[in-house]
Write a protein that binds this ligand. Structure first.
Ligand SMILES: [Zn+2]
Length: 401
């Protein structure tokens, strides 16, 4: 196609139409106003392109999920009609595998979960995930040929270039394993891998608390503490995939030794295990080894003063590290997820206060700190969002320029 003279307008229109289809594929359902905001196209242009796509039966209108924030009439939303395609999401936790199939309009059609020791039995975990994928696919009603890609979540730093897990201390059984190519061989479809905090950020960006936001930090506070950073609507990964590792921010050079080899990291005072240790010590005959982070959160909800104090102190420490992050990237929002976020304001209020005290005033005034929408399924939904993004990128590459 010519890019000059009269051809330029048609070419531009093609490109703009691809962008509209691309964001619908990635985000599932959007109103015309949201499409305009995400693509940067004018509302008039979006209106005209959507009319064209409707004429070709490529998009359809659906009921809005929620009324708008001002309580007005919900805007009509649009979804793609390419109902024959689907993506696969696989989330490896430290002790479980979750698998889901979603259609291109982001509806989860089937999902499975299995508990196993992922950290130490990598090959078994990969085989199990492939078996679960086949079962989930059968349940979803899609054919194998419908799958256009898979997103895979790994609970540790990821080397995307080589498709490997990047840390021997976090995933001991996975060292040297080429996760992406191993899974591609088992599944027979293109595969992308990503770490858990980045997947949480993608889930919130696509469907959750970051949906209307282009610059935010997603903080996953659970067994470990990590962040996924979204800058101008894209994940910031850094040179070797470790951007956002705030769990190893030094808070006290003389502090306790961390498993990473440094002293006084945030994780030594605010991670799940350190909170559990605090709460278990001195409880009436409680056996610390049996206490889990879920139990601690239940205690917080029940008003246990020691559990509340341990979690709010953790919030204050996380706030110090997040203040540094805000000074660097100046986000509009900090979205706090992970199991610890179930403590709600007991965690968030001290985190906010600490953030205000330690960040530069301009950054601290701008940022709002909110609870994530997703907790247990954040990484699974994020792996689906990753697969949808991958499918979009492939489609863009196939389009004639
Ligand atoms: Zn550390």
């Amino acid at each position: 196609m010519s890019k000059k003279g009269d051809g330029t307008l048609a070419w531009l229109r093609d490109r703009n139409r691809q962008r509209v289809v691309g964001v619908l594929r990635e985000r599932g359902r959007l109103s015309q106003a949201e499409i305009a905001r995400v693509t940067g196209l004018s509302r008039t242009t979006v209106h005209s392109l959507v009319a064209e796509l409707k004429g070709w039966a490529m998009v359809q209108e659906v009921d809005a999920v929620q009324p708008d924030a001002r309580g007005g009439r919900p805007a009509i939303q649009l979804v793609l009609r390419d109902a024959s395609q689907a993506v696969l999401g696989i989330d490896f936790g430290h002790s479980h595998v979750q698998v889901a199939i979603a259609d291109m309009a982001r509806n989860v059609r089937a999902e499975r979960r299995c508990d196993l020791d992922v950290n130490h039995h990598a090959i078994e975990a990969l085989d199990t995930s492939a078996r679960l994928a086949a079962e989930t696919l059968a349940e979803s009603g899609f054919e194998r040929s419908s799958l256009v890609g898979a997103g895979i979540g790994v609970p540790g730093p990821v080397d995307r270039e080589h498709g490997t897990a990047g840390s021997a201390t976090i995933l001991p059984g996975w060292v040297g394993l080429r996760i992406a190519s191993e899974m591609q061989r088992r599944l027979g479809i293109p595969v992308e891998i990503e770490n858990d905090a980045n997947l949480g950020a993608l889930a919130e960006l696509t469907w959750g608390a970051g949906r209307d936001c282009s610059n935010f930090a997603y903080v996953k506070a659970a067994t470990g503490i990590g962040a996924g950073l979204v800058i101008d609507g894209r994940l910031l990964r850094g040179a070797s995939g470790t951007a956002g590792e705030i769990g190893h921010t030094t808070l006290d050079e003389e502090g306790a030794l961390c498993y990473c080899g440094n002293r006084g990291c945030l994780e030594t005072v605010a991670s799940g295990p350190s909170i559990i240790r605090l709460v278990a010590n001195g409880s009436d005959g409680a056996d610390g080894s049996a206490l889990t982070l879920e139990h601690v959160i239940e205690l917080v909800v029940d008003g246990d003063v020691r559990a509340r104090r341990a979690v709010s102190d953790a919030g204050r420490e996380i706030g110090v590290a997040v203040a540094g992050l805000c000074n660097l990237i100046n986000p509009e929002r900090v979205i706090v997820g992970g199991m610890l976020s179930r403590a709600g304001e007991v965690l968030l209020q001290p985190l906010r206060e600490s953030l205000r005290r330690h960040a530069v005033q301009a950054a601290a005034e701008k940022v709002e700190v909110v609870q994530a929408v997703f907790v247990e399924r954040a990484e699974l939904l994020g792996s689906l969002a990753l697969a949808l993004r991958g499918a979009r990128a492939q489609q863009m590459m196939r389009q004639p320029m």
